[in-house]
Ligand binder design. Structure first.
Ligand code: NAP
Length: 245
């Protein structure tokens, strides 16, 4: 097992990509804090699955776009497992809006959760982490693909990639690594609730490997970036997108 004695926080782990990341980290021996905002039952189901497989996990509710709740999340993690070695900034929202529909609320909602939350959570993590720790940001292929009609979402992920590269330089001397995973379109609950589901066939058609992704395609990359197998990688964007760029 690659993550024995490690403690991981996964934000937005009650469903979708985050839920599978939590399960895969736990399967490699990490104790996992399964964060959620409202889906208590979903988070508990992830925890129950991990416990049934002999792993360690707790569900912790925190809206990570709220600073006081960010701190409470770390306090809950330390109370449950004593430390934090891995932070996976996965919670995120994607809203479709062509330029004429963009509003300040649309901008702030996405930037608060997709950029400001990972930044402030990284600050809290870095204050607690020891050498050998790892921060992993769940970005997106859109940070460089820049598709039309999601200008604000694309900008949040481009900003997140900049944050990854910058914090890698700030934290490298302390032995804390910062990398991102950049998935292509992935079949999740969130995708099914989004108009982006309508782009599924078109995106599969322009993806070299001929299909969109599943959460199971993404989580192994997160395990890699959390483990010492990637011990000389920092500031990198790991694309898992079936070849889509
Ligand atoms: P999802 O199915 O919508 O799940 C989102 C998760 O985030 C849920 O667990 C949700 O918890 C949680 N969450 C939402 N707001 C939160 C908040 N304020 N505080 C804490 N948790 C919050 O999403 P997904 O499709 O798996 O996407 C996950 C990440 O991957 C996002 O960062 C997204 O941008 C990125 N991504 C997704 C795709 C894709 O095609 N799906 C592609 C590239 C990148 P509750 O249910 O409790 O609200």
């Amino acid at each position: 097992m690659k993550l024995q004695n490690k403690v991981a926080i996964v934000t937005g782990a009650s469903k979708g990509i985050g839920a599978n990341i939590a399960e895969k980290l736990a399967a490699e021996g990490a104790a996992v804090v399964v964060n959620y905002a409202s889906s208590q039952a979903g988070a508990q189901a992830v925890v129950d699955k991990i416990l049934a497989a002999g792993g360690r996990a707790v569900a912790v509710r925190a809206d990570v776009s709220e600073p006081t709740e960010q701190l409470a999340l770390f306090e809950a993690a330390e109370k449950a497992f004593g430390k934090v070695d891995v932070l996976v900034n996965n919670a995120g929202i994607y809203e479709v809006a062509p330029l004429e529909q963009v509003t300040a609320d649309h901008f702030h909602r996405q930037f608060n959760l997709n950029v400001l939350a990972p930044l402030l959570l990284s600050q809290l993590a870095a204050a607690r982490m020891q050498a050998g720790s790892s921060i992993i940001n769940v970005s997106s292929v859109v940070s460089t693909l820049s598709p039309a009609n999601t200008v604000v979402y694309n900008a949040t992920k481009a900003a997140l990639d900049a944050l990854t590269r910058t914090l890698a330089k700030e934290l490298g001397a302390r032995g804390i690594r910062v990398n991102s995973i950049n998935p292509g379109l992935v079949e999740t609950e969130g995708l099914h609730a989004s108009p982006l589901i309508g782009a599924r066939e078109a995106l599969a058609a322009i993806t070299p490997l001929g299909r969109i992704g599943k959460p199971e395609d993404i989580a192994p990359g997160v395990v890699f970036l959390a483990s010492d197998d990637s011990g000389w990688m920092t500031g990198d964007n790991l694309y898992i997108a079936g070849g889509l760029r």
